[in-house]
Ligand binder design. Structure first.
Ligand SMILES: [Zn+2]
Length: 204
C-alpha cells in the first residue's frame, strides 16, 4: 500500500515544529491563527521568510545579521578595531548603534548560556569569539561584555570572562546604573548595588 501523501496542514505543522521552542501544540495554534487571518497575511509571512533567507546572511567575523559579508560595521575602516563589544542578539547591535555612543566592533553570540533550556557554549557563537581574539591578539586590546543583566546574561559573562582572560586580553563589563527617571527607593537592590559599584566621577 502506498503511503498517503501528506496534507498541506501536516506539511505546515512539520515545518513549524522544526523551529526552536515550537512543539506540536504551538504549531497547531499558529496554523489555525493563519487560517483565521486574511490570506494576504499568510502570503506576506511567506514572502518575508523568502526575502529574509535570500538576502540576509551571518557576518563571518562578528556574527551579526547582514546583507553583506563582512557586515558594514566590520568592513568600516573608521571603526576602532581594538575594542570588541560582545552582545547576545543582533537587535542589541541595532540598539547600541542607534544610541551612537560606541565606535568599536561587535561580536554577536546569538543567545546566552542557559542550563535550564539546555543551551551550552557550543550552541552559541563563543568559539568564534575566542578564535577571533586569539587570531587578532595584537590588535584587540579590550573585550567589553555586554550580555544582559539577567541571571543567564551574568552567567554567560562570567564564563566568557574566564575564557577570555586566559587569552591575555583586557575584559570589561558594561556598567549598570540607575535608570533615568527612577528613584533610589524604587530600584531593586541589585540595581542599587551595581550603581554604587560602577559610580563615576561627577562632572564639574
Ligand atoms: Zn561583522
Amino acid at each position: 500500500m502506498r503511503p498517503m501523501p501528506a496534507s498541506a496542514y501536516d506539511l505546515l505543522l512539520d515545518e513549524l515544529e522544526k523551529l526552536p521552542g515550537i512543539g506540536r501544540r504551538s504549531a497547531e495554534r499558529i496554523a489555525f491563527h493563519l487560517l483565521r487571518q486574511p490570506s494576504t497575511d499568510a502570503v506576506a509571512l511567506s514572502e518575508a521568510l523568502t526575502r529574509f533567507r535570500t538576502n540576509l546572511k551571518v557576518c563571518s567575523v562578528c556574527g551579526h545579521v547582514t546583507e553583506s559579508d563582512p557586515c558594514p560595521i566590520c568592513a568600516d575602516p573608521k571603526r576602532d578595531a581594538s575594542v570588541v563589544l560582545v552582545v547576545e542578539q543582533p537587535s542589541d547591535v541595532v540598539a547600541i548603534e542607534q544610541a551612537g555612543a560606541y565606535r568599536g566592533l561587535y561580536h554577536v553570540l546569538m543567545g546566552r548560556l542557559s542550563p535550564m533550556e539546555g543551551i551550552a557554549a557550543g550552541e552559541l557563537n563563543i568559539g568564534g569569539l575566542l578564535e577571533r581574539v586569539r587570531a587578532d591578539a595584537s590588535s584587540i586590546a579590550e573585550v567589553i561584555l555586554g550580555t544582559n543583566p539577567t541571571l543567564e546574561g551574568d552567567g554567560t559573562a562570567l564564563y566568557l570572562a574566564e575564557s577570555l582572560q586566559k587569552l591575555g586580553v583586557n575584559v570589561t563589563r558594561l556598567a549598570r546604573g540607575m535608570p533615568v527617571g527612577s528613584s533610589l527607593q524604587t530600584v531593586s537592590k541589585a540595581v542599587l548595588s551595581d550603581a554604587i559599584q560602577a559610580r563615576t566621577r561627577s562632572a564639574t
